[in-house]
Design a protein. Structure first.
Length: 202
């Protein structure tokens, strides 16, 4: 990503943004639904309440973004890096995420219900509530992250690695099929698994 032009002005629905840098801008409350961001860099911007539903994020980086609420429903993410962002409630349900890395930072609630994830990594971040209800995830890795609650209800997992995740609470135990967990995690989950399978331990 080189020779980016600085963006100025306001975001617009259905906008086309290519090879642009968004640096330390207040974009809060703006509507960019159905917009396309190609080979862009968003750094230190305020996106609180910004409407980004149905956007396409392609070969784009987001660094140190902040937002209390962020609407990314039904978005397409491809070759995206999200680094050191502080986000509250992120509505990213129904999205398609391919080759996405989320590194560092904190997200209070990440709603990825019914989303499709392929080659996605969460590294060294804190997520209060990670909602994967009904999601399809292939080659998802959660490494060095602290997750307050992970919900896998009706999730379909393939080659998902949770071994290096700090999971405080896991809902939807049946959704663990297709995941790899550590022996320590298995011991922690043993009471919940027993209850789920109606096993009496005496």
């Amino acid at each position: 990503m080189t020779d980016l032009d600085a963006f100025s002005g306001a975001l617009e629905p259905d906008g086309d943004y290519e090879a642009l840098t968004f640096d330390d801008l207040d974009l809060s409350g703006q509507d960019a639904a159905h917009a396309r961001f190609i080979d862009c860099a968003l750094r230190c911007c305020d996106l609180d309440g910004t409407g980004l539903d149905h956007v396409q994020l392609l070969d784009t980086t987001l660094r140190e973004i902040r937002a209390g609420t962020l609407d990314l429903a039904d978005a397409t993410w491809r070759d995206v890096h999200v680094t050191d962002c502080r986000l509250g409630a992120v509505q990213a349900y129904g999205g398609r995420l391919t080759r996405v890395t989320v590194r560092g930072g904190k997200i209070d609630y990440l709603n990825l219900r019914e989303a499709h994830l392929a080659d996605v990594r969460f590294e060294g971040c804190v997520i209060g509530d990670l909602d994967l209800i009904g999601a399809h995830a292939t080659r998802l890795v959660i490494e060095g992250c602290r997750i307050g609650r992970l919900d896998l209800t009706r999730a379909v997992l393939t080659d998902v690695d949770l071994r290096a995740a700090d999971l405080s609470r896991l809902d939807g135990l049946a959704g663990l099929a297709g995941a790899t967990i550590s022996q320590e995690q298995l011991l922690d989950l043993a009471p919940a698994l027993a209850a789920h399978l109606r096993i009496v331990v005496a």
